[in-house]
Design a protein around this ligand. Structure first.
Ligand code: NAD
Ligand code: IPM
Ligand code: MN
Length: 348
């Protein structure tokens, strides 16, 4: 099996290195790794955040391990050349429309959660985020001059019914394999896109009578995630709302450095990355928590490489490392990125 490793920028290379060490320890020679530059790092060596060679490795690979992209030096480049275009381009080019972002409290981390212990302990949810549509990709978009001579920025929020139906199905299937509850999150009280979203989710529900469907407005959902996150089993939502709610969910389970993700196409190919970004404020200092990326590697074994037993072993090793006291600064400790990786390897 070929794994494309795209470390990217900032803490991306630091956290990816630990996940690769874990994968090598558990899979030995059965995995081949091919590394390629992406994001600002690729712009600096090849003049483009997603060079053709990098896209080619990603397409050939059985699965992709991705770090993070984003570099303050690149924030004033024209948008097409900015690092973030690399991850957006990979998602779009590879058809990775289904983004699974599980948030579960490791009991050892109850003190790291921003929530009271009894509230935090109940968290075991999956956010199913649509990843190739919405206001992220809708056109027209731009900045123009109005008739009054003012600069005006505009974007287009857009979903067609096929896009909504296919992510709704992923939501229902995910719920069916868990506790059987699906909450669709939208802003149907204001947005036409959300009205269509809600209508199509309800139509899709007809094929899943065993799943209990509910709907919630996104503003209320942000509040409920803090008030009573234990009420959620599976959440299905659009690209933008899913982006925001998953960062929020991460803090409910202790840190943004804990949340992994899988971005899947319709055939099981996947890109695996932590939900966090390149964290320029701590890059190069050994302070980044690599567990989100290590847990993303576990998701890769489960969803793309069909090795669920090895995925379970990694997740168990992370839990044991935490139980043994492994804590990076974001979790209230002083362990380095490498130290956290070592702690997981020790348990493996
Ligand atoms: P960020 O997630 O990079 O960082 C937010 C905060 O969380 C920072 O204080 C950071 O130090 C901390 N943090 C993040 N990951 C951590 C980890 N593993 N361990 C410990 N602390 C961690 O978000 P941001 O600051 O808004 O964005 C920085 C850059 O990353 C931007 O260029 C943004 O576009 C990019 N970004 C990329 C991705 C991606 O590649 N998929 C995701 C999010 C943000
Ligand atoms: C994420 C990030 C990306 C997104 C950015 C970097 C394009 O925030 O993966 O969560 O908004 O999807
Ligand atoms: Mn995000």
């Amino acid at each position: 099996m070929l794994v494309a490793v795209l470390p990217g920028d900032g803490i991306g290379p630091e956290v990816t290195a630990e996940a690769v060490r874990v994968l090598k320890a558990i899979c030995g020679d059965t995995l081949i790794f091919e590394e390629a530059p992406v994001g600002g790092a690729a712009y600096k060596v090849a003049g483009h955040p997603l060079p053709p060679e990098t896209l080619d490795v990603a397409k050939r690979a059985d699965a992709i391990l991705f770090g993070a992209v984003g570099d303050p030096d690149c924030d004033r480049l024209e948008r097409a050349l900015r690092p973030e275009q690399a991850i957006l381009g990979l998602r779009k080019e590879l058809g990775l429309f289904a983004n699974l972002r599980p948030a579960k409290l490791f009991p050892e981390l109850v003190d790291a959660s921003a929530l009271r212990p009894e509230v935090a302990r109940a968290i075991d949810l999956v956010i199913v985020r649509e990843l190739t549509g919405d206001v992220y990709f809708g056109t027209p978009r731009g900045i123009r001059i109005t008739e009054a001579g003012l600069r005006e920025g505009y974007d287009t929020m857009r979903y067609d019914e096929a896009e909504v139906a296919r992510i709704a199905k992923v939501g229902f299937e995910t719920a069916r394999a868990r506790r059987g509850k699906l909450c669709s999150i939208d802003k149907a009280n204001v947005l036409e896109t959300s009205q269509l979203w809600r209508d199509v989710v309800i139509e899709t529900a007809a094929a899943y009578p065993d799943v209990e469907l509910s709907h919630m407005y996104v503003d209320n959902a942000a509040m409920q995630l803090v008030r009573n996150p234990g009420q959620f089993d599976v959440i299905v939502t659009g690209n933008l709302f899913g982006d925001i709610l998953s960062d929020q969910a991460s803090m409910c389970v202790g840190s943004i450095g804990m949340l992994p993700s899988a971005s899947l196409d319709s055939a099981g190919k996947g890109l695996y990355e932590p939900i966090h970004g390149s964290a320029p404020d701590i890059a190069g200092q050994g302070k980044a928590n690599p567990l989100a990326t290590i847990l993303s590697a576990a998701m890769m074994l489960r969803y793309s490489l069909r090795r669920p037993a090895e995925a379970d072993r990694i997740e168990a090793a992370v839990a044991k490392a935490l139980a043994a006291g492994a804590r990076s600064p974001d979790l209230g400790g002083a362990m380095t990125t490498r130290g956290m990786g070592e702690a997981v390897l020790t348990e493996l």
